[in-house]
Design a protein around this ligand. Structure first.
Ligand code: AHM
Ligand code: MG
Length: 338
C-alpha cells in the first residue's frame, strides 16, 4: 500500500455543492440538498450494480437482503431508490421518470416544494447482462405551477429552463457529473470511503474531436442527410479528416466518452422510429445541458434540443450531441438532403 502523503486539495461532492451555493447569497440550500440526495442515490445504486451478476443467483435461492427485501431487478431498484430518497423532503412538487407512465406525485403525507425532478433511473439497462456501463440521468427544474401538488405542466418544460442536471455512470468506476449552469464538474466515487471526490474539475470538450458514435447497424433506415453526414465523418463527402468509431449502446456512456474525448454521439430518426428512440425530457435534455455547459452543442438535427417545448412526458427526439462544429455539420447535411 502507498504511503504517499495526500498533498492536493480534496473536494468532496458535498463541499463542491455548498461552494456552488455560496455564489447565490439568497439560496435556501434546497437545491444543494436535492443534489446531495441524488449523489446518495447514486452510491446506493452503484453498490447494487456492482453485484448485478449475483442478483439471479441470490434471487434463485430466495435470498433477501439486509432490509428483508427480496432481491429485485436493478432498474426497479434504481427507480425505488430515486423515489424514496426524494419523496419526503419537501423539496419537490412532482417527479417524472422513464419507468413510470404518469407524473409521480409527492405522497399526501409529505409537504411539496418548489423543484421538479425528472430522471431515467437506469439508462442502458438492456446492457446489464453483458456487464456494460449503465447510469442514472437527472434534471431539475423550478416548478411553474404556484403551489400544491405539481402537475404535468411542471414536467413539460424546455431543457433551456433546467436549473441543474447531471448523470451518474456506473462503469469501471462510478462517476457523477453535474452542472448548475456554471460549468461542468465530475466526481469519482472512492469506494473505500464511500465519497464522491472531485476528479474532473471544469470539464470542457476537447477542441479536437476523437470519436463519432452511432448505431450504424441502422444506417439503411436513416435519411439521406444523416447517411451522407456519417460518410463525411469517415472522411468522405469532401471531409478533410476522419474520426474513429465507438458505440457502446448505452447513451450515458457514449455521451460521457464524447464529453471527455470529444466527438459526436447521435441517435437519429429512422424509417422505423420517425422521432428517434431517445426520450426528450429525462434523457436528451439533461445530457444536452451538460454538453452545452462544457462548450459543446446538442441538436435534434434541425433545432437546439434545449429549445424544444415538450408536449408529452415520454416524447422521443432525434439527438446529435458533441463538439459544436460536428453537430452543426449534421444540421447542414440534414437541411440540405433531409
Ligand atoms: P433504455 O432507456 O431503455 O436503456 O434505452 C435507451 C438506450 C440508450 O442508452 C442507448 O443510446 C440506446 O438505447 C441504444 O439503442 P440501440 O440498441 O437501438 O442502439
Ligand atoms: Mg434510458
Amino acid at each position: 500500500m502507498s504511503t504517499r502523503p495526500i498533498t492536493g486539495k480534496i473536494t468532496t461532492i458535498e463541499r463542491h455543492i455548498l461552494d456552488e451555493q455560496s455564489a447565490f447569497p439568497d439560496a435556501s440550500g434546497t437545491l444543494s440538498g436535492l443534489l446531495y440526495n441524488i449523489a446518495l442515490a447514486g452510491k446506493l445504486i452503484a453498490s447494487h450494480t456492482t453485484r448485478a451478476g449475483l442478483a439471479d443467483i441470490l434471487g434463485s435461492t430466495g435470498q433477501t437482503n439486509v432490509q428483508g427485501e427480496e432481491v429485485q431487478k436493478l432498474d426497479a431498484y434504481a427507480q425505488r431508490i430515486m423515489f424514496q430518497l426524494n419523496d419526503h423532503t419537501g423539496r419537490l412538487a412532482v417527479m417524472g421518470s422513464e419507468e413510470v407512465e404518469d407524473p409521480i406525485p409527492i405522497p399526501d403525507k409529505y409537504p411539496t416544494g418548489k423543484y421538479v425532478l425528472v430522471f431515467d433511473p437506469l439508462d442502458g439497462s438492456s446492457n446489464i447482462d453483458y456487464n456494460v456501463s449503465v447510469g442514472t440521468i437527472f434534471g431539475i427544474y423550478k416548478r411553474v405551477t404556484p403551489s400544491g401538488p405539481g402537475t404535468l405542466e411542471d414536467l413539460l418544460q424546455p431543457g433551456r429552463k433546467l436549473v441543474a442536471a447531471g448523470y451518474i455512470v456506473y462503469g469501471s468506476s462510478t462517476m457523477l457529473v453535474y452542472s448548475t449552469g456554471n460549468g461542468v464538474n465530475g466526481f469519482t466515487l472512492d469506494p473505500s470511503i464511500g465519497e464522491f471526490l472531485l476528479s474532473h474539475p471544469n470539464i470542457r470538450l476537447p477542441d479536437k474531436p476523437k470519436y463519432y458514435s452511432a448505431n450504424q447497424g441502422y444506417q439503411s433506415r436513416w435519411s439521406e442527410g444523416v447517411q451522407r453526414f456519417t460518410r463525411w465523418l469517415r472522411g468522405e463527402e469532401g471531409a478533410t479528416h476522419s474520426l474513429s468509431l465507438r458505440y457502446i449502446g448505452s447513451m450515458i456512456a457514449d455521451v460521457h466518452r464524447t464529453l471527455l474525448a470529444g466527438g459526436i454521439f447521435y441517435y437519429p430518426a429512422d424509417t422505423r422510429a420517425p422521432n428517434g428512440k431517445l426520450r426528450l425530457i429525462y434523457e436528451a435534455n439533461p445530457m444536452s445541458f451538460i454538453i452545452e455547459q462544457a462548450g459543446g452543442y446538442a441538436s435534434t438535427g434541425r433545432e437546439p434540443v434545449l429549445d424544444v417545448q415538450p408536449t408529452a412526458l415520454h416524447q422521443r427526439t432525434p439527438l446529435f450531441v458533441g463538439n459544436r462544429e460536428l453537430v452543426e455539420k449534421a444540421e447542414e447535411f440534414i437541411a440540405r438532403y433531409g
